[in-house]
Design a protein around this ligand. Sequence first.
Ligand code: GDP
Ligand code: IMO
Ligand code: MG
Length: 441
Amino acid sequence: MPGQCVIGLQWGDEAKGKLVDILTEGKDLVVRYQGGANAGHTVVIGDEVYKLHHIPSGIINSGVLNLITPGVVINPPTILEEIESLLPRGIDVFKRMKLSQRAHVVMPWHTLEDRMWNQLVSGEDNIGTTLRGIGPCYADKVGRSFAIRLGDLIQPSFPDRVREIVRVKTKILAAASGGEAETLDAEKIITEYTDYGERLRPMIDDTTRILLDAVDADKNILFEGAQGSLLDIDHGTFPFVTSSNASGTGISTGSGVPGNWIKTIIGVCKTYATRVGGGPFPTELNNETGQHIRDLGNEYGTTTGRPRRCGWFDAVAVRYTARLSGITSFTLTMLDVLCELDEIEVCVAYDLDGKEIDYFPGNIDELKRVKPIYKKFPGWKQDVTGARSLDDLPTAAIEYAHELEKLIGRPIEFISVGPDRAQTIHVEEGTTLKDYLKGRS
Ligand code: GDP
Ligand code: IMO
Ligand code: MG
């Protein structure tokens, strides 16, 4: 069974969690392979709402093993809190999840550094991170000398390692803050993190081996991307990105599965665009329409509660990420959110310094200068939250979805019309929106 993967095509929060939950049915393993507690994935099943940051969205299904692999950075108190919030809801996370011994640990100095770097960089240059210590932890992973991996927490060398790192970090933090940084208490950290290590011990394992064995045994595996392709450290809107490979490029490196084994990648994007934090956003709407989308789409961060910046769908950006992530089909979410608009705009090209371009600029200053060129589409002015098949959707809504297919160059597989698991339309294999529309007219 070749692996299947869910990837965000925009700047995160595309409703990946919802899709992963749906696709978990029939899977043996669900794998989170990059990012950390900066993610916030929501699964809604009737009255039950799950907000998952660390834990894969496959956790709700009792027959599935969830893996957190080496590419993820783990914050022990945060993951333990999440585990403990799921136990009383009947989800025995200890039985359903394994954590890689190779995954790096977000330590208290990383969260301090994240806060400090955010304070030191002001205005337009501020990345506006989630303050979860993600960047500093990945920086130490790449730097190697001051990194701690999950398996290290339960080794006898752990206390000395912490003492040594705290000695160095104290100097760095004091220099950067002019002596005003919070002090790090090595002995307290050792006691706390040794305890976390013991509590997590039953789940710490070699997930690379588990995954490779599963590949050999032809198991059904689903990979859950976090963030979105435009936040990818190498291919996104650098430096306004996260610190991992959030596009399809990260599946293999983050999990350990051979790259040529992933055959199906489903990209997820909204009918409009959102972004949290700093950075250029060509189609941003700082007006009533932007606020309308925010209100109707409840566009407030799952992790930080920050209002998300909202704008029109950017087909130049999504065409880029669809190709970058190698998607085989895509899922269009939030169709319901545009239901009251008379007209909907989509960015189909950019104007860069007076010249029309159809590609996504790799340079951030150029991206800041582009002006979107829009195409207008009629709205459908109809509540679609009750739709369960294409037959229930207004023609204008399907036409809009089909236009996005053409612009992106990939077929739509699912359309989401509300947060609930049930509010999903599956475009059956063999059906195309083009043929469906022909049949309707
Ligand atoms: P993720 O990070 O990609 O998993 O997405 P988030 O969970 O951060 O954000 C998506 C939000 O939209 C969540 O609150 C979902 O419950 C909600 N949602 C998912 N699909 C739809 C949809 O089709 N329509 C509406 N209105 N909300 C949706
Ligand atoms: P999910 O998985 C949306 C954004 C932050 C910030 C930038 C860097 O829920 O889609 P970081 O803390 O990672 O160093 O922040 O990335 N960001 C997200 N935006 N959804 C996410 O995850 C995000 N994870 C990080 O807002 O702009
Ligand atoms: Mg989210």
